[in-house]
Ligand binder design. Structure first.
Ligand code: HH2
Length: 261
């Protein structure tokens, strides 16, 4: 899953997010590099990021999704907490709603997901993005994340979301210390065993620098991101959400070839 962040101002967050034309060019590049899914986001979930209104978020993502849909059949995921944005995105061609709040952000999230009928990614997060990294605590992070994901799957299915449409994600870095993220990566097979496709998003996250014990900036974390992607794939994850599609594909292809040799 290749990441495409779109905001009106190309330089608003140090060039990590792109305006429409640059985002379209970036999406085309990720398709050419072999992405199987594109994840389009119009609001950053990084700690401290500014919230975006629903209408602004739709204005960012809908034209990009429509433009991509007109030229490609690649599955498109919309990365949003807002049911109104998910509905608007799916109306112009998105087929997956990637929700870092696991359909808890709004009372309408569950019924909207059922009504749209798209695939849904339910991700675990502790707290909310602005404050989630302030001393997160768990007694047993693996057990608590697994139980939470099970409960959200049940809530989604009770609301009418088809079980075959549900993906789950442990939410690396979302209200987790580096140790928590490591424990989840090490025990990912237990989450895979829940029986739903698992998505893992560790690409360029700050936990990589903390685990490696370095001071790398986000664009200096390709090595750690590849290590995370390989560990996720080995544990049976169905997809990895990444910035560097070509490099990740190459790493996965070589690891797969070694295991087949
Ligand atoms: N991480 C981010 C955003 N969306 N969705 C899922 N399912 N899993 C993740 O781990 C995940 C996600 C991180 O977002 P942000 O910090 O805004 O940066 P970027 O979008 O560049 O990764």
């Amino acid at each position: 899953m290749g990441i495409v962040n779109v905001t009106p101002d190309s330089f608003s967050d140090g060039g990590r997010s792109l305006g429409h034309d640059a985002a379209l060019a970036h999406a085309r590049r990720l398709i050419a590099e072999g992405a199987d899914i594109l994840d389009i986001g119009g609001e950053s979930t990084r700690p401290g990021a500014e919230p975006v209104s629903e209408s602004d978020e739709v204005a960012r993502v809908a034209p990009l999704i429509a433009a991509l849909r007109a030229e490609s059949t690649i599955p498109i995921s919309i990365d949003t907490m807002k049911p109104g944005v998910a509905a608007a995105a799916c109306a112009v061609g998105a087929t997956m709603w990637n929700d870092v709040t696991a359909l808890t952000w709004s009372p309408e999230s569950l019924e909207t997901a059922a009504a749209i009928g798209c695939d849904v990614v339910l991700m675990h997060m502790r707290g909310e993005p602005r404050t989630m990294q302030a001393a997160p605590r768990y007694d047993d992070v693996v057990a608590e994340v697994t139980a939470y994901l099970s409960a959200r799957v049940e809530a989604a299915m009770a609301a009418g979301v088809a079980g075959t449409s549900i993906w789950i994600d442990p939410g690396i870095g979302f209200g987790k210390t580096a140790e928590h993220s490591l424990a989840l990566m090490r025990n990912l097979d237990g989450i895979v065993a829940l029986g739903f496709p698992v998505l893992v998003g560790a690409s360029r996250k700050s936990s990589i620098a903390r685990i490696a014990g370095d001071t790398s900036t986000s664009d200096q974390r390709l090595g750690g991101s590849l290590a995370m992607a390989l560990a996720a794939a080995r544990a049976g994850a169905a997809a990895v959400r990444v910035h560097d599609v070509a490099e990740t594909r190459q790493a996965l292809a070589v690891a797969e070839a070694i295991s087949q040799a």
